[in-house]
Design a protein around this ligand. Structure first.
Ligand code: ZN
Ligand code: ZN
Ligand code: ZN
Length: 219
């Protein structure tokens, strides 16, 4: 069976699709992922996985999915929601009061505030916790997340020695009462990058060129 023509290289087009072919040869089925540009489409592939994971999120706030990858293999995944077995924010009991208040009382302007009393475990935290639970070392791995990590997730992924973070949507660090919070976040990002780690948005093609997904260990 002739293969369809591979997609043309569109290095600056994020919507470029990863095409999956199934070839049957002597009764053996084989899947091939056609990568138009191996330098960046692998990142796109893992981000698509993170988007699928995101579809499981059960929080009233932003839905986020995360995948941890090392040596081109998935080590863990997670989406945001309350701890396992606890009522979710989307259920009628409203698992997290803060998440519920964000919707019910927008006048209280809870966005960017009181993360420490939010019951929802973030997608990145769930991905790291799952790896820990099953005894999988994740130092030197890359995290793909559909939303830029918050302060807590950034601190934690630095501490477990993830060597890269690639995110899809931007998140702005800030606090209505403290103008310096966004600068503090940027200082943390700058420090992380200064150690040879990657912190990039998927759209930033020029930054991603430097990433070597196949290499496992931190510099
Ligand atoms: Zn929630
Ligand atoms: Zn919450
Ligand atoms: Zn977070």
């Amino acid at each position: 069976m002739p293969l369809p023509a591979p997609p043309a290289t569109r290095a600056d087009d994020r919507s470029c699709t990863v095409t999956l072919f199934r070839i049957c040869e002597d009764g053996v089925a084989q899947d091939i992922i056609e990568l138009a540009n191996g330098g960046w489409q692998r990142h796109d592939f893992y981000m698509r996985l993170a988007l699928v994971v995101e579809s499981g999120a059960k929080c009233l706030g932003s839905h986020v999915g995360a995948v941890i990858v090392r040596d081109d293999r998935v080590l863990g995944s997670g989406y945001n929601g309350t701890p396992a077995g606890y009522p979710n924010c989307t259920e009628s009991e409203r698992g997290c009061r803060r998440c519920a208040l964000r919707i019910e009382r927008p006048d209280q302007q809870l966005a960017g505030k009181l993360y420490d009393i939010c019951l929802c475990v973030h997608a990145e935290q769930n991905a790291m916790a799952t790896a820990a639970r099953f005894g999988t070392a994740i130092d030197g791995a890359i995290l793909y997340t559909t939303l830029q990590p918050c302060f807590n997730c950034l601190k934690e992924l630095m501490q477990v020695r993830l060597r890269g973070v690639i995110f899809l949507r931007e998140w702005k660090a800030g606090h209505p009462e403290y103008a310096w919070v966004s600068e503090e976040y940027q200082r943390l990002v700058d420090h992380y990058r200064s150690k040879g780690n990657v912190f990039a948005r998927l759209d930033q093609q020029e930054t991603l060129d430097a990433v070597q997904v196949e290499i496992g260990h931190p510099v």
